[in-house]
Design a protein around this ligand. Sequence first.
Ligand SMILES: [Zn+2]
Length: 161
Amino acid sequence: MTKECVFCVIAQKRGKDIRIIYEDEEIIAFLYPTAALGHICVVPKEHVAIFMRNKEEVTRKMFEVAHKLAQTINAPLKLNSSNIIINTGVDQIFSHFSIHILPRKAGDELGLTWEPKQISEDQLNTLEEKLTGAAAPTEEEKKEAREISEDYYRKYLRRIP
Ligand SMILES: [Zn+2]
């Protein structure tokens, strides 16, 4: 029997003691105090295992919500640090794409460390070559940004007397 996805259960509000702090048609954010007080999880309502398969506008909205919640959570906890962790991929414990906000303080003993690995120069050079420029906007995206900008000027700046 396949085990049901815990985040889908939460997104469908079928679990117990769910503390939803944000919700819209596509995403949900909730307190998920499994690692620390103030641990927040932001997920798409639709089960998507892999980050790259999530709709771009849903991903953008998830990061906007995570950004606001990360700014907000530190004040009541009197903290100034956090880890933002993104879980993506089918090998995760829950294969449901998720952004986790973990408030941190010195000595909290939250074990998020790893042993440094020795990576060869050749491997790094190969990756650098493949990745350089990959995040730059495409010509189509640049054109779209120009059109939005021009549209803005046409609509709003015309009103200035
Ligand atoms: Zn799921």
